[in-house]
Design a protein around this ligand. Structure first.
Ligand code: FES
Length: 180
């Protein structure tokens, strides 16, 4: 557990822990960064909101345990991103032996941020202050994506919404209930 002496070291309060644990996932903004914060199995994780692949809203993704690693599944194209490191995982198939499949990593693609919970307060420190190395999700903070950022609205993928995540598991069967 962090002590109060280090919370000023670039950390800013972003939420109350009771709100986060009730909602399980929230979006916050620190400086110019949109960050998805997750509460999973007693741990808190923070990653850039816009998925490195095409900007999908990770805060709307499901959380899954993949080979013992907690991942967020992007709601747009279902890329699997580890919550701790921001690594993108995939299943490699050996063309010589298609039955042999192995989970592999594409490397760190999504920037993660440091979180501390002190009492009922959740603090976040952007990793851009400590890790200047370019990570693919940083692309959304370049000038090229200024309009994208400014106009971004996190889609409502709640069960009664008509919004449909791209290539998600929400299939024709699910959609029938909306359109019939
Ligand atoms: S936008 Fe996330 S997988 Fe494509």
């Amino acid at each position: 557990m962090a002590s109060r002496s280090n919370i000023d070291d670039g950390f800013v309060r972003v939420a109350s822990f009771s709100d986060l644990s009730a909602q399980k996932k929230i979006c916050v903004k620190v400086e110019d960064r949109n960050v998805a914060v997750f509460h999973v199995n007693d741990s808190v994780y923070a990653l850039d909101l816009f998925c490195y692949h095409a900007g999908g809203p990770l805060v709307s993704g499901d959380i899954e345990d993949i080979d013992g690693r907690m991942c967020v599944i992007c709601p747009w194209h279902r890329h699997q991103i580890t919550l701790t490191e921001g690594e993108s995982l995939y299943v490699a198939i050996d063309p010589q032996n298609p039955r042999h499949r192995e989970r592999k990593s594409k490397g760190v693609k999504q920037r993660t941020h440091e979180v501390q919970v002190i009492g009922n307060d959740v603090y976040l420190r952007l990793s851009t202050s400590t890790n200047q190395e370019h990570i693919e999700s940083d692309n959304y903070y370049t000038d090229l994506y200024k309009t994208f950022r400014e106009n971004y609205v996190v889609p409502d993928y709640s069960p009664n919404s008509l919004a449909v995540p791209l290539h998600s598991r929400r299939t024709g069967k699910d959609l029938k209930k909306y359109y019939n």
